[in-house]
Design a protein. Structure first.
Length: 130
């Protein structure tokens, strides 16, 4: 079972952000954690849907219900999915820095692994903070 803990949760956010323990641990080691947190908070307040597009936007659909969130001028990516079709909750399952502009086979596999988690609701759960 993969636990997702709330990062930005509550009435102030149009899209709540939940991160797995794996993502939280990797962010603690990343120099991009602060920049990502600032962006995620902004996206969450305004609503992730306002930042989605195929080209030129920070949230990109990868297929099979999986999205990646990128930082401007960086290859750092957060990979996850929306909790449901209303897109009011985003579950961040993986994070990595791309080796180059195009995704490698290993990075594509990680995205497919996130799609497997999304497809089977018994594999993950939201855990209230506190």
């Amino acid at each position: 079972m993969i636990d997702a803990h709330g990062l930005f949760v509550g009435r102030d956010f149009k899209t709540e952000v939940w991160l797995t323990d794996k993502v939280r641990a990797q962010l603690c080691e990343s120099e991009k954690a602060g920049e990502l947190a600032v962006k995620l908070e902004h996206f969450a307040k305004v609503g992730f849907i306002n930042f989605e597009a195929k080209v030129g936007r920070p949230i990109k659909y990868e297929g099979n219900g999986v999205y990646r969130i990128g930082l401007h001028a960086s290859l750092f990516r957060l990979i996850g999915f929306y909790e449901d079709d209303r897109k009011t909750g985003f579950i961040g399952v993986d994070v990595f820095t791309k080796g180059r502009q195009k995704l490698s086979k290993a990075e594509k596999k990680r995205i497919k692994d996130v799609a497997k988690v999304r497809a089977d609701a018994s594999l993950w759960r939201k855990v209230p903070n506190g």
